[in-house]
Design a protein around this ligand. Structure first.
Ligand SMILES: [Zn+2]
Length: 226
């Protein structure tokens, strides 16, 4: 029953019994963990004020004798990851991170931090796309914008590509099936991932959102088949 200490981000907390919370956290060194925060819903609990999502936290906890759920001993809250007006968009990122980095994975902490950084520097609507896109790529649900995700051939940013069933395809693999992505779109998105001051128009954002939705849909269908 060793004690552990780590930097963490709170993904979600679920009410348990009369006064406690079950926490799901992404930690820097210990991957995703679940912790019991006893009495955390009581008005005088020191956990209550400190346990906030979208803030840098430092946790100390006791490892379980059996099972996987540790017991929270101490929590310290540090800086916020997002400016106040973006907290709602941040909740969307938390839900996405919870899906992409499930129990048992060792990553997610750095990825969620980076996603929040991408969002905080960009206009909210397009920034949320960029942040989600980065997490999708890091969790392996998508590839990069410079390759066909089927044959893995590099495709120059000056060429058109195709989008089909959650995948970015070269002209050869797509065989003219799927939605044509003009080179300008891919160039703009690639630049925006690196530079916050790249202007995206309404069509870019609408299309990007549809692609992201499509990636989730494709994976959920695959998961339900398996
Ligand atoms: Zn291809």
């Amino acid at each position: 029953m060793a004690e552990q200490r780590d930097h963490a981000l709170l993904l979600r907390s679920i009410a348990y019994s009369d006064s406690s919370l079950i926490l799901h956290c992404l930690t820097q060194q210990h991957g995703r963990i679940s912790l019991m925060a006893r009495g955390a819903r009581r008005a005088n609990s020191p956990f209550r004020a400190a346990l906030m999502p979208l803030h840098a936290l430092q946790l100390r906890w006791k490892e379980p004798r059996t099972g996987t759920m540790g017991t929270l001993l101490e929590v310290q809250r540090f800086t916020t990851l997002l400016p106040e007006p973006m907290m709602l968009a941040g909740q969307t990122l938390l839900a996405t991170a919870s899906t992409l980095f499930p129990d048992g994975v060792s990553n997610g902490y750095a990825e969620l931090n980076q996603a929040c950084a991408l969002l905080s520097e960009r206009p909210e609507d397009a920034g949320l796309c960029a942040a989600t896109w980065a997490m999708l790529e890091q969790s392996g649900w998508t590839g990069d914008l410079n390759h066909c995700w089927h044959c893995v051939e590099p495709v120059d940013l000056n060429h058109d590509m195709y989008w089909r069933q959650g995948h970015l395809l070269c002209a050869n693999c797509a065989k003219a099936n799927g939605f044509k992505l003009h080179s300008g779109f891919r160039k703009t998105i690639a630049a925006f991932m690196l530079q916050p001051n790249v202007a995206l128009n309404h069509e870019h954002i609408t299309l990007w959102k549809l692609m992201i939705k499509d990636v989730f849909k494709t994976h959920q269908m695959r998961d339900s088949v398996e």
